[in-house]
Design a protein around this ligand. Structure first.
Ligand code: HMG
Length: 385
């Protein structure tokens, strides 16, 4: 019998503060319609230094484990996809492993290729289970990042922060992946990168959009060929794209030859959460998936959806999976609406003050969250609430 493998549980963690994108536009002397209609943004998550990549990752991971009701001893692998790690050597996954008191007998590491890092982790986890090496155990795959371009740059309204944690397992309750059916496209380009020692990314914005479009056309064609060869239907009920800003998903969809009506049905339902959080780099594709399942899992049960992951630099992959019957119930356990509702709107002055901070303020973690509290003897310290 065919082994079913995929995403069993998914949870989200976001910073406690956000900026309304129209407030940012007005402060920069820009017509708000450029950000809301031109980029498709509504709100932008603002992380303070206490909400670093580790604390967001650990918070999301604890929620994903709880949502699945998983016994930690069933985990054999943690992979964190990130491009905003906290140390040149010690991975974010190692901090998460310690903060969550996970078993010793595990593989624990990070993967990096810009926004593709989380997908690299997901594919590794799926193939680890499919190979039989997992021996019945599950994997924890986390995407965690803080997207920063800097004050008053063209990229500023496309910032964001957050983590998405996924339990990858056999007989998944959310999404069964089509193993081996994917299209990939990679080229060596300088569209977006972050030199060592820089807090903000360097980006050739319009070129990066073109690199993404070239990649999605190639990867989608590769996926279609693979699907046809395996007799898998290429009809997709929805497509989740990597979402650096919401308009990018629309550009990608039209570039693949679909029309506006198809965008409204197949893609618009994937953008709700992305518009309210901004770019979360590795997690952006999975934020789209989380929002889609939270809104439409019942209607999508047993239907195939497409997913496109893009990491600048660049590498990309188009893949697919079928929504599980239990998806609506499982995604409800992640309480995504509560996670969003539990945020505070701040003004531009407060956002700029937070952006200038280099160390965490002395405040306790909120219930259920982890928080970075500072460095002692070169060791990063965290508190859990
Ligand atoms: P920009 O150059 O300031 O904006 O920044 P623009 O002039 O291109 O305008 C943006 C859109 O707003 C345009 O729509 C305008 O027409 C429209 P389009 O023609 O593209 O459809 N517009 C208006 N609409 C309504 N009312 C108005 C108005 N004015 C203009 N008054 C840019 C845009 C994307 C370049 C910038 O935000 C940026 O550099 N962002 C960061 C880079 C990025 O997100 N790239 C995406 C592809 S690369 C990627 O996805 C990887 C990434 O996630 C990183 C990783 O892999 O790690 C970034």
């Amino acid at each position: 019998m065919k082994t079913r493998i995929g995403i069993d549980s998914l949870a989200v963690a976001v910073p406690r503060r956000y900026l309304d994108i129209t407030d940012l536009a007005r402060a920069r002397g820009v017509d708000p319609a450029k950000y809301t209609q031109g980029l498709g943004a509504r709100e932008m998550a603002v992380a303070d230094p206490g909400e670093d990549t580790v604390s967001l990752a650990a918070t999301a991971a604890r929620r994903a484990i709880d949502a699945a009701g998983l016994d930690k001893s069933e985990l054999g692998l943690i992979v964190v996809g990130t491009e905003t790690g906290v140390d040149h050597s010690k991975p974010v996954a190692s901090f998460v492993h310690g903060l969550l008191d996970l078993p010793r007998a595990m593989r624990v590491y990070d993967t990096q290729h810009a926004c593709y890092g989380g997908t690299a982790g997901l594919m590794t986890a799926v193939e680890w289970i499919a190979s039989g090496a997992a021996d019945g155990r599950s994997a924890l795959v986390i995407c965690s990042d803080i997207a920063r371009y800097g004050i008053d740059t063209a990229g500023e309204p496309t910032q964001g922060a957050g983590a998405i944690a996924m339990i990858v397992a056999q007989n998944p309750a959310l999404l069964e992946l089509d193993i081996g059916i994917s299209g990939t496209s990679s080229t060596h380009v300088h569209d977006f990168w972050r030199p060592l020692g820089h807090r903000e990314a360097q980006v050739d914005g319009h070129y990066s959009v073109q690199c993404y479009l070239d990649a999605v056309a190639d990867a989608y064609a590769g996926w279609k060929t693979a699907a046809t060869e395996r007799d898998v239907s290429a009809a997709l009920a929805r497509i989740c794209y990597h979402v650096p800003f919401c308009k990018m998903a629309k550009k990608a969809h039209l570039h693949l030859g679909f029309d506006e009506a198809s965008f409204e049905t197949q893609v618009a339902p994937t953008l709700g959460l992305c518009a309210r959080i901004g770019n979360v780099y590795t997690g952006s594709l999975y934020l789209g998936l989380a929002g889609l399942l939270d809104a439409q899992a019942t209607d999508l049960a047993r239907r195939r959806i497409g997913l496109f992951s893009y990491g600048s630099g660049c590498t990309s992959e188009f893949f697919s999976g079928t929504v599980a019957n239990a998806a609506a119930e499982r995604i409800a356990a992640a309480r995504i609406a509560d996670v969003l509702a539990d945020r505070e709107r701040i003004g531009v002055e407060e956002y700029e003050r937070i952006m200038a901070m280099t160390a965490p303020a002395d405040e306790p973690p909120q219930p259920g969250r982890f928080r970075f509290t500072g460095v002692e003897a070169h060791r990063r310290q965290y508190l859990r609430a």
